[in-house]
Design a protein around this ligand. Structure first.
Ligand SMILES: Cc1ncc(COP(=O)(O)O)c(C=O)c1O
Length: 422
């Protein structure tokens, strides 16, 4: 048997004629394929390597100067402090186009604090459907099942990459769901599946969706998010938006379990309106408040919610066009209509030609390699999800940086697959 070494650029083996020592041209019977030309490192680098899904990249052009006017060393209950907190509420309300009768508050504990505050304050009044298709939906389901111990609870689940059957949701019950499943990159396609004439409340964790996706406000009663996600603010504080029906629930229902102070939204059976004017339950960081205001001001300056959404969609479109022509990767989200434009999750495809073990190991190796190159930070998928790469494409990331990253992903895959084959 004649063995020969051939050079391939395409990554696929091919048969090759060889000239033997006697000058004869022979076609090899079996060919041992070795890729011996390395893919060159791309010339262009992302200008900013921050592609983390949270805390997310700061807005373009951000420097510490943006915090110059922070109210430091002074009370958040001073007149100036309250003005700044109210400005976060009013500017968020306006940017997102919240209906005039929806109230909004800054609350402790980031998105988790805001969402759990709603679960603890409102659930138990009627049956509950909880939708869980990735880590965060599962967290809220666990809260309801194991901690609140709700007896009338239906769990509608789907594995990573898919959505549960949305037509099975019963809107006579309360419904808890995540608009964008950050850890699988699967979002609900729209709000058409939500009943306009529902009897229950819809409680929506929208933290990785709200500034980048269209939210049908009339279909949502409780919506939560944080500052460090889509606008790249600093962590620790949550936002809680309530429809009039959600406020009515708070004022007419008392849960059977005790509520810690940081969850209490009512006083004497009435909504504690001060919280929704910036009189926070406990002490916020005024440095974070300043940064949140900076993020909102940037969002306004580029054209508001639509401009934020377009930037994020442009990043998704760039990745989708590249995935289309790339054999080794595919979206974790099965259905294109459910692909997130913020948490863009990519797994290694069958066509990559890796063993199961190598395939599992590949995302971390690619992420580590690109972090070491200073090209992309924090792009390894969430620890609870199947191994994948997760690239944040929210509005503070420049779509040109996403474009510049894509050839680097090819380069990193080439590097690690050659090393794995060796
Ligand atoms: C959908 C979703 N829900 C909840 C959380 C938790 O958010 P936080 O850390 O702001 O409480 C995250 C964080 O990534 C998330 O993506």
């Amino acid at each position: 048997m004649l063995r020969c070494k051939i050079i391939a650029l395409t990554g696929s083996p091919f048969l090759h004629s060889v000239r033997l020592a006697d000058g004869a041209l022979r076609r090899p019977i079996a060919c041992h394929f070795t890729k011996s030309i390395m893919m060159a490192k791309p010339a262009r680098r992302p200008k900013r390597p921050e592609f983390s899904s949270g805390p997310c990249a700061k807005r373009p052009g951000w420097t510490l100067e943006a915090l110059q006017s922070a109210l430091l060393g002074q009370s958040h209950r001073s007149t100036e402090g309250k003005v700044k907190l109210k400005a976060v509420i009013d500017e968020s309300h306006a940017l997102l186009g919240l209906p005039a009768d929806y109230v909004l508050a800054v609350v402790p504990g980031s998105d988790t604090g805001a969402l759990e505050m709603a679960l603890w304050s409102m659930l138990g009044a009627r049956g509950v459907d909880i939708l869980a298709w990735e880590n965060f939906g599962k967290t809220w389901a666990n809260d309801a099942e194991k901690h609140l111990k709700l007896d009338d609870l239906r769990l509608l689940e789907a594995p990573y990459g898919l959505l549960p059957d949305l037509s099975a949701v019963d809107f006579d019950r309360d419904v808890v769901f995540t608009w964008n499943g950050t850890t699988s990159g699967v979002r609900v396609p729209n709000g058409d599946w939500i009943a306009a004439d529902r009897a229950g409340l819809t409680i929506c964790d929208a933290t990785s969706a709200i500034f980048c996706m269209d939210m049908p406000w009339d279909k949502l009663d409780v919506v939560t998010w944080s500052w460090q996600k889509a606008l790249g603010g600093e962590a620790a504080h949550g936002m809680l938006a309530l429809s009039p029906r959600a406020v009515e629930r708070l004022e007419t229902y008392t849960p059977a379990w005790p509520l810690p102070k940081v969850f209490r939204l009512t006083k004497g059976g009435k909504l504690n309106a001060g919280i929704f004017r910036g009189e926070t339950i406990n002490t916020p960081s005024m440095l974070c408040v300043e940064d949140a205001l900076d993020g909102l001001s940037w969002a306004r300056s580029i054209g508001g919610h639509n401009a934020l959404r377009m930037r994020s969609e442009a990043s998704l479109a760039a990745v989708a066009a590249w995935v289309e022509k790339t054999h080794w990767t595919e979206f974790l989200a099965d259905d294109p209509a459910t692909r997130s434009c913020t948490s863009i999750c990519l797994q290694i495809s069958d066509a990559a030609g890796l063993s199961d073990e190598d395939r599992e190991a590949a995302p971390k190796k690619i992420a580590d390699l690109l972090a070491a190159e200073g090209v992309a930070l924090d792009i390894k998928g969430h620890r609870e999800a199947p191994p994948h790469l997760r690239i944040w494409g929210g509005p503070t990331v420049d779509p040109e940086d996403i474009e510049a990253l894509l050839p680097w992903l090819d380069w990193a895959f080439d590097e690690i697959s050659r090393a794995q084959a060796a």
